[in-house]
Write a protein that binds this ligand. Structure first.
Ligand code: NDP
Ligand code: PYC
Length: 342
């Protein structure tokens, strides 16, 4: 049972004011508020309002440029570059997305490289921006070293999120978005705050033994999902979205930041595809064929990824976003005290 209910617009206004009070320019305050309200509104608590304090701490520590202006460069190739200038990734993505879509329309496939950004967000808001334009999309980024490779015992990879989306016209898109660790680090932090144990198999303690204690997990290492398979996908992300784009790998991002309690700085890679261009000259409509596949999945009683989120979104748009008294008091405190609150 919630104690307060806010509309998406009301929560956006509060979160934006918190970030402006914290020193972000309106460009960044608005972009951060959009992804945080999207997370809270879609019941993705690990990337909702709980992230505000971490962003403010990162600003206070001088680890992000609060008034950075993203620089977009493109030519007639498929690669669009956005230099975030040390600012948060969200405004950089928003600046580059229309150019990325234009390049994809021209070439059938295009990639956006975001460099020198501070990154804390879920990837699905970006993916949905692109599926709304009728494009298939994938996004990935490193994080900071907190996950041991399968068979190892020391943090090396990040929680390295990977997201994909397929457009479905007027229907909500097909979207998945997950950490390549068993769970996002934010989930472990939420267990720590709630005083609840972790499920088995999420993490190892500093001595390398399996643990369900969130404190020991945060001090030790998280584990990749699907053992060697998740470990390999996470390694691919380090290669494509760090090494290949000339930006920091997860161990480099951790060393540059010197802590895991602030938001890390590194790069991000987004790739978009125009399904009609790829299917040109081949039998069948790719959109209709995709619908057959989704129908077959649902026909077995399985659900599509993001269905839970879309249901939560419909509910919070109709009834407001539920917040506990503690959460509302925390927002009030952050608004009143700004950076002094963290
Ligand atoms: P989850 O494990 O909660 O969910 C992963 C995906 O699987 C979601 O798309 C989810 O859809 C879907 N899903 C879950 N259960 C089922 C099911 N039974 N059938 C079909 N689909 C299902 O995500 P994570 O905890 O791994 O990641 C959470 C967020 O953390 C992501 O948004 C990610 O981008 C973010 N993150 C960001 C990082 C960063 O550095 N910026 C680092 C790591 C993570 P649904 O939501 O509808 O349940
Ligand atoms: O939840 O793992 C996570 C995470 C790390 C950086 C941003 N989110």
């Amino acid at each position: 049972m919630s104690d307060t209910t806010l509309t998406h617009g009301e929560l956006h206004a509060i979160v934006m004011r918190i970030f402006e009070t914290g020193g972000l320019t309106p460009l960044h305050a608005a972009a951060l508020a959009r992804v945080i309200v999207a997370g809270e509104g879609d019941a993705c608590k690990s990337h909702g309002i709980y992230r505000i304090e971490g962003c403010l701490r990162t600003i206070k520590a001088g680890k992000v440029v609060p008034d950075a202006v993203p620089q977009v460069t493109s030519d007639d190739s498929a690669i669009v570059r956005v230099n975030a200038g040390g600012g948060f990734s969200n405004a950089a993505f928003e600046a580059g997305a229309p150019v990325l879509a234009e390049r994809c329309r021209a070439t059938g496939i295009a990639a956006m490289v975001i460099n020198d950004c501070t990154h804390f967000a879920a990837l699905w808001p970006e993916i949905e921006t692109l599926t709304d334009m009728g494009l298939a999309a994938m996004a990935m980024c490193p994080s900071y070293a907190s996950v041991a490779p399968s068979g190892g015992t020391e943090p090396l990879m990040g929680t390295n999120p990977f997201a994909f989306g397929w457009p479905r016209g007027e229907t909500n898109p097909y979207v998945f978005d997950f950490a390549t660790s068993v769970a996002a680090r934010g989930e472990i932090e939420l267990h720590r705050r709630a005083g609840t144990p972790l499920p088995e198999g999420w993490a190892i303690a500093p001595d390398g033994t399996s643990t369900t204690d969130p404190e020991a997990a945060l001090a030790g290492a998280m584990l990749p999902f699907g053992s060697h398979k998740g470990s390999a996908i996470s390694t691919m992300i380090e290669l494509l979205a760090a090494v290949m784009i000339g930006d920091l790998t997860s161990p480099e991002a951790r060393d540059a930041l010197g802590t895991l309690s602030l938001a890390p700085a590194h790069g991000e890679l987004v790739i978009v595809f125009d399904p009609a261009r790829f299917a040109a000259g081949r039998p069948g409509d790719p959109m209709a064929r995709a619908e057959q596949l989704f129908g077959a999945i649902l026909g077995q009683g399985a659900r599509l990824p993001s269905q839970r989120r879309f249901k939560a979104r419909a509910e919070t748009r109709a009834q407001g976003i539920p917040l506990t008294t503690t959460e509302k008091e925390s927002l009030d405190r952050l608004l009143a005290q700004g950076l002094d609150a963290v």
